[in-house]
Design a protein around this ligand. Structure first.
Ligand SMILES: [Zn+2]
Length: 252
């Protein structure tokens, strides 16, 4: 069997057989891959820690006939603070599910890998999980070639009006009324939300740590990003609904 190394993050894990787990890893070197961690559900297993969700580690893998096999692993970060907080788990789950929904197997992307890792470290460090998640969504859209057009009208290039700004997922950004009827999917958006989105598109991790968002901006940006991602991915992500459920639960 050919053996290879990879730095990976656990996106998913499923129980298999009596004591095994099948992992979905997003690796820096090989992109997404599935591998079996034999015996990893035994309490004494040396592989147990490396099969935890979000675990970031070095994996030694062997090419199998059907499925590759995790032969050794070394955890570099297990993200204990994320694991101990139901909100952080929910947002981190959403991030890894989003990744799982957009990537293809064995199609590495260093930029995406580093962005996921940087977001997990921000969440681990106690940074506002909603801001981290919105930043991740925008980075992901940018890396996927869907950077939203925010600086001017995406149709005519005119500066966006001071009031009554609209964002159209199908057009891919801000639209104005001067160049035609607003598309049916236009979502009203305030200037402050637009400015925050523009800031998040270029913000370094250290800057994200210091950002503050009003409730109004949070609600509006979550809505715009939800529809934009939905338009691009053409399906609703399960854990996005999970977060909505969690929020409505918290408001009761
Ligand atoms: Zn226009």
């Amino acid at each position: 069997m050919a053996v290879y190394r990879a730095n990976g993050i656990v996106l998913r894990r499923t129980n298999f057989g009596e004591t095994d787990r099948i992992l979905t890893l997003y690796t820096r070197e090989h992109g997404r891959l599935s591998a079996i961690a034999k015996g990893s559900r035994r309490p004494v297993s040396r592989l147990a820690a490396a099969t935890e969700l979000f675990n970031y580690g070095r994996y030694l893998l062997a090419t199998g006939r059907n499925l590759d096999v995790v032969t050794q692993s070394e955890t570099r970060e297990s993200f204990p603070n994320i694991r101990n907080d139901i909100h952080r788990i929910a947002y981190s789950t959403y991030i890894v599910e989003l990744v799982n929904g957009v990537v293809e197997d064995r199609d590495p992307n260093y930029e995406l890998f580093d962005t996921i890792l940087s977001c997990l470290y921000l969440l681990e460090g106690g940074v506002d999980p909603e801001i981290v998640t919105r930043s991740f969504e925008l980075q992901l859209m940018m890396i996927s070639g869907y950077r939203p057009h925010l600086e001017s009208c995406a149709r005519c290039g005119a500066p966006p009006p001071k009031e009554k700004i609209g964002f159209s997922p199908s057009v891919g950004g801000v639209v104005c009324e001067n160049c035609g009827d607003l598309p049916e999917d236009t979502i009203p958006i305030h200037r402050q939300t637009l400015d925050m989105m523009a800031k998040l598109l270029t913000a370094e991790p250290a800057e994200i740590r210091d950002l503050r968002m009003s409730n109004g901006i949070r609600v509006e940006m979550a809505n715009v990003m939800r529809w934009y991602i939905r338009y691009r991915l053409e399906r609703e992500l399960k854990s996005s609904e999970f977060i909505q459920a969690l929020k409505s639960g918290a408001n009761k």
